[in-house]
Design a binder for this molecule. Structure first.
Ligand code: NAI
Length: 480
């Protein structure tokens, strides 16, 4: 029992609804349930103090409670201001056996519709353990928690973090402005915290990129496992997850008919492939933009037109960015879009679309249609509809990826936490991936749950293709 649990969520009375949806989700998350079976008795995460920053959804609730069942103490926040499902957050705070009056679950700092200062306040609280011990593990999505620890340490070492260090990043300038008071107030808080952290496991493409950048300059302070690049994560969640949740977000946000419309998907990586497929599934005429000739050729072979955004922006009814890059849709593009065309981003950060430029456009007018749906009207009278203020619209306008695919991702997350918590000393300050054997294990569990029957190699066949009968079945360079 937790006495005096600290937390900040929207409304604890939503917990019964959250608990009901968590119960349904558990059945759809066979990987996490298998880990509860396998490790629930030995509790190998005993002693782990995990600070987690990842969309506080129903699926994440099942992840959090799996970590607790495996022995961990956990604190949580969301990694996006719009992605929290308030009933899930409430249920996690109350816990399976607590009540709204006596919550017995996990300290969660998350609610739907945070401001940016609230977001960073929540992130800092998630990292600040009440007993002063600090986390010994981070579980991150997009790298904001990891970044805060690293910038905190830098502040304490140098007395400042030069803004120009991050180039022209508006996002970082805003963040730094918000964090400055807190960073300046600390003398050794972040340095002490970083010293106690065994490692971080990172959920998404953008966060993995930030980790590799830190490792390349020798700044990475602890080992990291890139969960995103497990095959059973990025080739499933990023692709099949977005295939489900992208049109869910468009539909809940706008209810506009997708069939027959021209939909532009910027980026044809894992997320872009799923996005294009889901829009085509609705009958849209899909156009892809790419900078990489290999991905562009894939799009062409898959039957999509490949164009530049400049060529198609004037005829697009729906524009979706999936690149993880910045400045992909500029305000000049927006000004050329059709009346009431829909613009949404599913890449990790909102700098993919130039929201600051839009807000600063002369005489532009914003009308809030409903939360996370804004109509922006240009001086000539035509308007565009922007979803979730340019932030992950599949989580802001809908509920993100469904449970089954998140079970693949989160099973990898738990395996990564187990690996780093036990073996952090072996890893060094590097970014590594989980073994292919574990990847195949995650796939096996989920294939069985779908009723698939796997063919078994004969010893003779295994010898012929040079693998073991029970795997791993592919070399590292294989791309699936
Ligand atoms: P990826 O690297 O597989 O794909 C990104 C693609 O965008 C690449 O093929 C790249 O060549 C292309 N690209 C880069 N700059 C471009 C530009 N200016 N114009 C056109 N194309 C450009 O990455 P992945 O895994 O598809 O992830 C993309 C983003 O989505 C990341 O920020 C990731 O964190 C995020 N993500 C979001 C999810 C969600 O639920 N909304 C789920 C998983 C990932």
């Amino acid at each position: 029992a937790t006495v005096g649990l600290d937390f900040a969520v929207a409304d604890l009375s939503l917990a019964p609804f959250g608990r009901a949806e968590i119960r349904l989700a558990e059945h759809e998350m066979p990987g996490l349930m298998a880990l509860r079976q396998e490790y629930g008795r030995t509790r190998p995460l005993r002693g782990a103090r995990i600070s987690g920053s990842l969309h506080m959804t129903v699926q994440t609730a099942v992840l959090i409670e799996t970590l607790v069942i495996l022995g961990a103490a956990v604190r949580w926040c969301s990694c996006n201001i719009f992605s929290t499902q308030d009933h899930a957050a409430a249920a996690v705070v109350v816990g399976p056996h607590g009540t709204a009056e006596q919550p017995q679950g996990v300290s969660v700092y998350a609610w739907k519709g945070e401001t940016l200062p609230e977001y960073w306040w929540a992130t800092e609280n998630m990292l600040t353990w009440p007993d002063g011990a600090g986390p010994n593990m981070i579980l991150d999505d997009g790298g904001d928690a990891t970044q805060l620890v690293h910038r905190g340490v830098e502040y304490e070492r140098n007395g400042a973090v030069p803004a120009e260090r991050h180039g022209d990043s508006e996002e970082w300038r805003v963040t730094l402005g918000i964090l400055r008071a807190s960073l300046e107030a600390s003398t050794d808080k972040w340095t002490k915290m970083a010293a106690g952290i065994r490692g971080v496991t990172e959920e998404t493409t953008t966060g993995a990129l930030r980790l590799r950048q830190l490792a390349a300059t020798g700044e990475l302070l602890f080992p990291a496992i890139d969960v995103n690049d497990a095959v059973t994560k990025s080739k499933f969640d990023n692709r099949y997850g977005i295939r489900h949740s992208l049109i869910d977000g468009i539909n809940r946000g706008t209810d506009v008919l997708i069939g027959g419309k021209v939909a532009v998907v910027c980026g044809y990586g894992d997320v872009g492939k799923g996005a294009a497929e889901s829009l085509r599934g609705q009958g849209a005429r899909v156009v892809v933009t790419e900078i990489d000739p290999i991905c562009a050729l894939q799009a062409a072979m898959d039957g999509y037109e490949v164009r530049t955004l400049d060529q198609v922006i004037g005829s697009a009814d729906i524009v979706i960015t999936t690149t993880g890059n910045k400045d992909v849709v500029t305000v000049e593009h927006m000004a050329r879009m059709k009346h009431q065309a829909v613009l949404g981003n599913v890449g990790h950060f909102d700098n993919e679309v130039d929201m600051a430029g839009l807000a600063g456009w002369t005489s532009v007018r914003r009308v809030v249609i409903k939360p996370q749906v804004d109509e922006w009207t240009f001086p000539d009278g035509h308007s565009i509809i922007v979803l979730s203020e340019g932030r992950l619209m599949n989580l802001g306008n809908a509920t993100g990826h469904p449970s089954f695919v998140m079970s693949c991702s989160f099973t990898n997350q738990v395996l990564a936490q187990l690996e780093l918590f036990a073996n952090y000393e072996k890893h060094g300050r590097k970014v590594v991936r989980l073994s292919k054997r574990l990847d195949e294990k995650v796939a096996r569990i989920h294939l069985a749950a779908l009723g698939g029957s796997l063919t078994t190699l004969t010893a003779d066949q295994a010898g012929y293709i040079g693998v073991d009968v029970d795997g791993p079945f592919k070399d590292e360079h294989y791309r699936y």
